[in-house]
Design a binder for this molecule. Sequence first.
Ligand SMILES: Nc1ncnc2c1ncn2[C@@H]1O[C@H](COP(=O)(O)OP(=O)(O)O)[C@@H](O)[C@H]1O
Ligand SMILES: [Mg+2]
Length: 282
Amino acid sequence: MPTTTTAGSTVPGPPAGPTAGEPLVRVRGLVKEFDGTTALAGVDLDVARGELLVLLGLSGSGKSTLLRCLNGLHRPTSGEVEVAGTRVDRASSRELRRLRTDVGFVFQQFNLVGRLTCLENVLVGGLGRVRGPRYGIATYPRRMREEALAHIERVGLADQAYQRADTLSGGQQQRVAIARTLMQRPQLVLADEPVASLDPENAGAVMDLFVRVCAEEGLTVVCTLHQVDLALGWADRLVGLRHGEKVLDRPAAGLTKDEAMAIYRRVAPGTPAEPVAVGASA
Ligand SMILES: Nc1ncnc2c1ncn2[C@@H]1O[C@H](COP(=O)(O)OP(=O)(O)O)[C@@H](O)[C@H]1O
Ligand SMILES: [Mg+2]
């Protein structure tokens, strides 16, 4: 198991506390329904610039839906979503394209192009900054190639830069995906269960790297996790969802594991609360 830290974050954090001005993410009364299913039932959320927020909740509680509403992959049924000054909930497709260059997304399944090298995969993160499609490393400006190589080095894969992505381990592939996100120069990084398909040891190491580089870049991060231990160790703030409602919103410092785990207890009217194993699927 990864290191348990119940006494709050010990990771060198982004600039302390909310910085001057508006939060980077502002969500009000967010409702998302999928024919008959209410995935989000009126969520309010502010995320300050430089903050690392972890979303916890059982499978089906609405975590992925919330992330997808933040970058416009889902259009809310009602409510307001504002990211970096853009009203995502009513953005035109042109505004959404621009917003998505500002918002990086790290997926559970890495989403690399397996037959391309690490370097080419990382360069893809910079596509928003060049005109037209690119085929092959040589067609990118040299400055971008150097930047991509620097990111690859930063995630510890300098020796694998010219290796095909599908020859790498899961942990290495997620490092490439992190480098690709850095290459994008986003303001906000959304990460959906970024370490869920890695073994515990790799999960800890990759999460550590992810948190460190995001902090170094002063990025704002909203990350879903199943592992309460990881969340308590790295997050500035924890938000818990249950059945599409926010049931916890607290700074990670000072929060005990028991308090965080409470969001995993099923609440059925008339029955005593029953603890559910972390990571269990609903
Ligand atoms: N594209 C979709 N179509 C229909 N139902 C969906 C869709 N996406 C999510 N849901 C439903 O919305 C609820 C929340 O799902 P999700 O956001 O994926 O939860 P989590 O990420 O916390 O596991 C679930 O009941 C799920 O079945
Ligand atoms: Mg999910």
